[in-house]
Each structure stands twice: as structure tokens, then as C-alpha cells.
Design a protein around this ligand. Structure first.
Ligand code: ATP
Length: 285
């Protein structure tokens, strides 16, 4: 005769299953509260040493490779909760912009998974999507549509956008006549009024002048009350001012991820002590 589980075994299995449910609920809550999560993310670019190699790859490719691979990012993994302000730092060419481009959907990762919850307001990407023949005002409507705003919503916010970007008469001129800083002003002003859940700021602050940077800082601080911010910059003081957490990318890999002051301290130390090795740009074949 098969014996049924004794009452203490049953109790144990009950408590295990309730623990499992609790754990599942916890994981579920944590996942719900995440704005961005990436796992084992990697991006490889292909480099052809001669133009003919590209043709060969298309015609004869298959298993054979006629290109060198360059892994701009490898094994990147992190989770960012909703409402966090996270800085991303690293030397030139370390992979910061590539990471942002993947987050914005401009480029696809070669490997790994990425989850972004909510609507992204990407300053850099938006600037790249401008129609250079259209005026600043017309680009507001175009960008607004890209960011999911209705025409009436853009019209309602136009005065505030125009005020923030401060382009004066150039607001009515084609964007092809703008300097890079003016384009960044327009992109930032639109993003700041787009109801995004995740604000991604790259070079907008770097190319802006002091007055504009100050306005951006004020807006970013205000945005922190309601959304998630990812902020890439070489200005470490600004990162420290705006972000409580910082991710340090080094040669395409995640070197540190933690409290901003600690990460920046270590990063500054590395900048001072570790030579700027050009070999980091060598193709990995
Ligand atoms: N479209 C592309 N095709 C090929 N290689 C690329 C491409 N975009 C970036 N790379 C390479 O990927 C690496 C990472 O570039 P990325 O722009 O992400 O660096 P970064 O950390 O943003 O640098 P910086 O601080 O100088 O802006 C660099 O070596 C760069 O040459």
C-alpha cells in the first residue's frame, strides 16, 4: 500500500509552495518595476579590409568570413528600476553610444536580450531623425509623431518647446542651417516635452552652451520625479550631480556598476593610472 505524505511533509510542501509563490510574486514585482533590463548584450561590427571582400561575402559567404569582427560591446548585463537616474561613463570608443543606440532601437544587438518598458525619449536618436529640409517648428511635429504625440498635443506644447530651445528666428528656418548645438537644443526641447518614460541623454549637454546646459539640468532634475534617466557623458561632475548610479563601460565590457561617487572615483583613478591603449581598437578576429 502506498502511504500518503504525513502531515508534517504536507505542511513542508505547503510552506515551500507558499515560499515559491512569495518568491515568484517578488520577482514579478521587481520585473514590473524595471524600466530597462539587458542580459549578455553584445554588438559586433563587421569590417572589410578591401571593398571586394564585401562582394565576396555576399556572393560566396556562407560559412566563410571575409570580414573582421569588432565587438564594440560584450556581455553587458544590468537592470535599471523605474525612476532611477543612471550615468554611463567610459573612455572614447568604449561602447557607450552603441549601448544607447541599442536601447533606442537604432541598431540591433548581435547577441543578448533587451527589455525596455515604457516610451523612450532619446535625444541623440531624435536629432538623427530630423528632416533637414524642414524647419525647427515642422520637425517638432515630425518628432512628436515619432514619439507618439498627437498633432494637437505638439501644438499645445510648441510654445514651451520653442522657449526651451531658444532658437529665436531660426526656429522657422530649415534644420540644415543649424549648428550641431542648435540641433541638440531642438532635440532636447522636444524630448523634454514628449511624456517619455525613459529619457536618454547623450551629447545634448556636451554640445550645448552653459546657459542651455543649465536649463537642461533643471529639466532633467524635474524629469527625475516621474521618469527614468540614462545619461552618457564625459563630464563626470555632471554625472555625479544628476545620477545616483553609474555604469562604467571599458573596452566594450561592463567594468563597474554601482553608486556614482564610488564608480567615478575608480574611473578617475583608472584614467590617471592606465595608459590610453590604442590596441583597444584592434579587431578581434
Ligand atoms: N556603425 C559602426 N560601424 C562600425 N564600428 C562602429 C560603428 N559605431 C561605432 N563603432 C565602433 O564601436 C566602438 C564603440 O563606439 P561608441 O561610439 O559606442 O563609443 P563611445 O563610448 O560612445 O565613444 P565616445 O566617448 O568617443 O563617444 C568604436 O570602436 C567605434 O569605432
Amino acid at each position: 500500500m502506498l502511504a500518503g505524505p504525513c502531515s508534517c511533509e504536507r505542511r513542508r510542501s505547503l510552506s515551500i509552495s507558499s515560499e515559491q509563490t512569495l518568491a515568484q510574486d517578488l520577482v514579478h514585482d521587481l520585473v514590473q518595476d524595471l524600466a530597462v533590463e539587458c542580459r549578455d548584450l553584445g554588438k559586433a561590427y563587421q569590417f572589410y579590409r578591401r571593398p571586394i571582400d564585401q562582394v565576396k561575402q555576399v556572393l560566396l559567404g556562407g560559412k566563410r568570413r571575409y570580414y573582421d569582427e569588432y565587438w564594440a560591446l560584450k556581455e553587458i548585463g544590468f537592470a535599471i528600476p523605474k525612476g532611477a537616474a543612471v550615468g554611463i561613463v567610459g573612455r572614447n570608443g568604449s561602447g557607450k553610444s552603441t549601448l544607447l543606440q541599442i536601447l533606442c532601437g537604432i541598431t540591433a544587438p548581435t547577441v543578448g536580450t533587451l527589455t525596455v518598458k515604457g516610451r523612450i525619449a532619446p535625444v541623440l536618436a531624435l536629432g538623427a531623425a530630423f528632416d533637414y529640409e524642414l524647419t525647427g517648428r515642422e520637425n517638432c511635429y515630425l518628432s512628436g509623431a515619432i514619439l507618439g504625440l498627437k498633432r494637437a498635443q505638439v501644438a499645445e506644447r510648441l510654445p514651451a518647446i520653442q522657449e526651451l530651445c531658444g532658437l529665436g528666428d531660426f526656429f522657422e528656418q530649415p534644420v540644415k542651417l543649424y549648428s550641431s548645438g542648435m540641433g541638440a537644443r531642438l532635440a532636447f526641447a522636444i524630448c523634454a516635452h514628449a511624456d517619455g518614460d525613459v529619457l536618454i541623454v547623450d551629447e545634448a549637454l556636451a554640445v550645448g552652451d552653459d546657459a542651455f546646459r543649465e536649463r537642461c539640468r533643471t529639466l532633467i532634475r524635474a524629469f527625475r520625479q516621474r521618469g527614468t534617466i540614462l545619461f552618457v557623458s564625459h563630464d563626470l561632475d555632471q554625472v555625479a550631480e544628476l545620477c545616483e548610479r553609474t555604469i562604467w563601460i571599458d573596452r566594450g565590457r561592463l567594468r563597474a556598476d554601482g553608486e556614482t561617487h564610488a564608480v567615478i572615483r575608480d574611473y578617475r583613478k583608472a584614467l590617471a593610472e592606465e595608459a590610453d591603449d590604442p590596441n583597444r581598437f584592434a579587431f578581434m578576429t
